[in-house]
Design a protein around this ligand. Sequence first.
Ligand SMILES: Nc1ncnc2c1ncn2[C@@H]1O[C@H](COP(=O)(O)OP(=O)(O)O)[C@@H](O)[C@H]1O
Ligand SMILES: [Mg+2]
Length: 148
Amino acid sequence: MSEAAYTSNSPEETRNIARNFAREVRGGDVVLLLGDLGLGKTCFVQGLAEGLGWVGAVLSPTFAILQEYETRPPLAHADLYRLETPGAVFGLGLEELTEAGFILAVEWPSRCPDAWPDSAWRVELTAVANHENARTISIRRNGDKTCR
Ligand SMILES: Nc1ncnc2c1ncn2[C@@H]1O[C@H](COP(=O)(O)OP(=O)(O)O)[C@@H](O)[C@H]1O
Ligand SMILES: [Mg+2]
């Protein structure tokens, strides 16, 4: 189990934490983004994409559900907020993407809680009482990082 916790006071800080995280994550990894609406899950993915070398826009794929970025390794960003049923996730081809070496970042993974590998990273954003722009961000992963 590895775990790190940060405090972010702005969207820029959240992107920065994610840019640093980009150095640890590998092709084929699944990154689950946990936390309520508006806490910065998409913002975190923007920083992750930047850290992987992406210079364009990163939009919330709420309606598209899935967006791919030609970074190295390539990044797939899913937002399952509007997933109709838990089983519908299997029609998205997410497993094929990770098998092909994509990093897969997922907003609202709770829409289909049984779909994710034990080895997934869990990035959890939490509001801080009385601080509108502050979030705690914890990043954890089961297992030994050295034997991926
Ligand atoms: N510390 C922070 N980290 C990330 N976003 C923040 C922070 N403080 C304020 N915000 C604002 O919160 C919103 C987060 O939006 P978004 O990333 O789309 O959230 P989510 O994807 O979790 O719904 C943005 O409007 C952003 O400007
Ligand atoms: Mg979002």
